[in-house]
Design a protein around this ligand. Sequence first.
Ligand SMILES: Cc1cc2nc3c(=O)[nH]c(=O)nc-3n(C[C@H](O)[C@H](O)[C@H](O)COP(=O)(O)OP(=O)(O)OC[C@H]3O[C@@H](n4cnc5c(N)ncnc54)[C@H](O)[C@@H]3O)c2cc1C
Ligand code: SF4
Length: 327
Amino acid sequence: MKAFAYVNAATEKEAVAALGSERGKMLPLAGGMDLLALMKDYVAQPDRLVNVKSLDKSITKTPDGGLRIGAAVTLAALASHADASRLYPALVDAAAEVGTPQIRNVGTVGGNLNQRPRCWYFRNEEFACLKKGGARCFAVDGENQFHAIFGDGPCHIVHPSSLAVPAVALGARFRIVGPSGEREVQAGEYYQMPDRNLFGETVLAPNEILTHVILPAPGAVKNASYEVRYKQSHDWPLATASVALVMNGQTIRSARVVMGAVAPIPWRSEPAEAVLAGKRISEESAVAAADAALASAKPMAQNGYKVQIARAAVKRAIMKAGGLEVV
Ligand SMILES: Cc1cc2nc3c(=O)[nH]c(=O)nc-3n(C[C@H](O)[C@H](O)[C@H](O)COP(=O)(O)OP(=O)(O)OC[C@H]3O[C@@H](n4cnc5c(N)ncnc54)[C@H](O)[C@@H]3O)c2cc1C
Ligand code: SF4
């Protein structure tokens, strides 16, 4: 690992002051689960790490009945939080299924939402792919069984964060702090496709940090996540879905349907949402929405299997949100 300087930031202001405007040179460090692995592999080679674990690690109620989650909250703390479990099962179930207990005890909400892609060409220092400033995407003609089935490239990663998918479905806002103050963006606008941002995955500038995730009061919203994994072990899901269904009595007034591990960003499906609007939650409406969600998928040579898996995840997330037996 390349030698680096270390700054322990006690406040948001200190953290921002210790970061710089040059991409990759000074990086926030939370639990280090992802960042230290990238550094050991020489994929990340920062000159300075800025520890942000001392920043807000509380989960508090907002005046409107939602929750405000500090970026330094661990996944384990989120997964065991009583109010979060009651109001936002889509998010809490996703947190509870990340990795292993050890990973959840150390990994933070901010680190999880900002973790870098798992593409094995990206993670291997010997492949200078497009995302690392090279000339081509090796996944196009290479080993692409875990790559995207949506989006037109030029980079075909899937977004790795399990929390990002329910955050988008639940309409979360992300609070960001930088040199010119603070701002909030919708979770759905935080993540950027590779044609807009090839070298990063989010709207964050190099000298900005994510400080909080703010969840709106759920009101009459039923929400759930469903993940499909290769095996029930410590690995990222093959496909996930999170749904938030705004109910009017027994009828779905409007829906948010978001898939994970299928595209470079959490992939919202407006066709599936349109199918659900005005319907009751049933196996029939869930199947119709799932079919609509996958209708425009464009698998690569080795990942066609993901289409059916993602379809099942969408169907089961909708049924789970409705309290129906998942079959
Ligand atoms: C075996 C294994 C299995 C895993 N399975 C899953 C899974 O199923 N689902 C899943 O989602 N994840 C999974 N992970 C990933 C793991 O959850 C993340 O690596 C972890 O959550 C990262 O959190 P961290 O606090 O350690 O972040 P760090 O490693 O410290 O940081 C990660 C990245 O985020 C940046 N960062 C950190 N905090 C902030 C901040 N506040 N603002 C801006 N940028 C910030 C860092 O600069 C770095 O680039 C798995 C990891 C392992 C090792
Ligand atoms: S998918 Fe993206 S990260 Fe992976 S090889 Fe292609 S350009 Fe690189």
